[in-house]
Design a binder for this molecule. Structure first.
Ligand SMILES: C[S@@+](CC[C@H](N)C(=O)[O-])C[C@H]1O[C@@H](n2cnc3c(N)ncnc32)[C@H](O)[C@@H]1O
Ligand SMILES: [Zn+2]
Length: 322
């Protein structure tokens, strides 16, 4: 059964309240209004000012086509082959609901629709000209597919969706430029249900390619190629994380499975041996600096008594029970 995913308010004071449809846009219970792009039912939650960058200008999609063509000619890879192989990592099944962030002119949409067969795809981008090109280029064909499509102009770092609304999320080619990469990942992670997969790919020359002349030439050509895969920005509870590279080691690919379960690390397991203590006591129990000669005496005495340094120091400190 196909279920539609409703949009929600992106105003930070509203806490993601659901929106209802009016003739000219969507409105939240607190009155925040998100208009449709004129003549469409594409809601605008956030967008870049017209003319502010290469994606927010009238012929953005054509400029982007040229840039993409350069990429695939340079790395001698067929665009469809690459996109299909990235989408395969989502392990989609029929009937699922998928989010595409920074969807641009929608080059991934037909491949995602093919992988789903039936289901729902939400495509978002912050640049209206790019997004509207996606609608114009793929809208008709996609209408005839078994997949329902919804487009929104919105910010990938503040998505207009409820927690856990998607089975999977996908991004190609824009995250290096997000103002807050960690927030971009956190938002994808928030809206995908536990167990769902997320795939992210962008420019970033692998470390062993970076040191080669070709690596240096690519970075000289376009500084985005110097980006490292943003592993430290992954959600703390991400599981099954995989880092790999595509396009001759020049685009990083991160894929992971969403989890909301904190790790099951026991930080209280005692260490047997000379030092003693646990992960917790060694971290939180660090004392002020003492005379190194006294420290050496304490270590020697612990050794003599055959107990750990931690046990001996704790005994000393608690001897008089304060
Ligand atoms: C290089 S294009 C890639 C487009 C598309 N994913 C593709 O594979 O062809 C990067 C896209 O990311 C979008 N973008 C940049 N920052 C964004 C943000 N904060 N939220 C949503 N989209 C963003 C740009 O508007 C642009 O369309
Ligand atoms: Zn609101």
């Amino acid at each position: 059964m196909i279920m539609t995913v409703s949009y929600c308010c992106t105003d930070l004071t509203c806490g993601k309240s659901p929106l209802r449809e009016e003739a000219a846009g969507l409105r939240c219970p607190n009155g925040h209004f998100f208009p449709f792009v004129t003549g469409t039912n594409v809601p605008v939650f956030a967008c870049e000012e017209e003319g502010s960058n290469e994606y927010a200008i009238e012929n953005a999609a054509e400029i982007h086509d040229n840039a993409l063509q350069w990429v695939f000619r340079t790395f001698q890879t067929d665009e469809a082959t690459l996109r299909k192989s990235l989408i395969a990592r989502l392990r989609l099944s029929k009937g699922q609901t998928v989010l595409v962030t920074g969807a641009g002119a929608g080059n991934d949409l037909p491949f995602l629709a093919e992988a789903l067969d039936t289901g729902i795809i939400y495509a978002q981008d912050i640049a209206i000209p790019m997004l509207m090109s996606a609608v114009e280029r793929h809208g008709a064909a996609l209408k005839n597919s078994g997949v329902q499509f919804f487009f929104s102009a919105s910010d990938a770092t503040n998505l207009p969706f409820q927690d856990g609304q998607f089975d999977a999320a996908y991004h190609f080619g824009g995250i290096n430029l997000f103002p807050d990469i960690e927030k971009g990942m956190a938002e994808m992670n928030r809206v995908v249900k536990p167990g769902g997969r997320i795939v992210i790919c962008d420019e970033g020359v692998a470390p062993w390619v970076k040191v080669t002349e070709v690596g240096k030439m690519l970075i000289n050509n376009n500084p985005l190629y110097a980006f490292d895969a943003p592993l430290a920005s992954l959600p703390a509870m991400a599981t099954d994380v995989t880092l790999s590279w595509e396009l001759s080691g020049c685009f990083y690919v991160i894929d992971f499975v969403v989890s909301k379960t904190p790790s099951t690390i026991d930080i209280d397991v005692p260490h047997i041996g000379r030092r003693g203590g646990t992960v917790r006591t060694r971290y939180f129990g660090v004392l002020e600096g003492i005379d190194p000669a006294i420290k050496a005496r304490i270590y020697a005495e612990a050794e003599k008594r055959g107990i750990s340094r931690v046990s001996f120091i704790e005994q000393l400190l608690l001897r008089d029970e304060f």
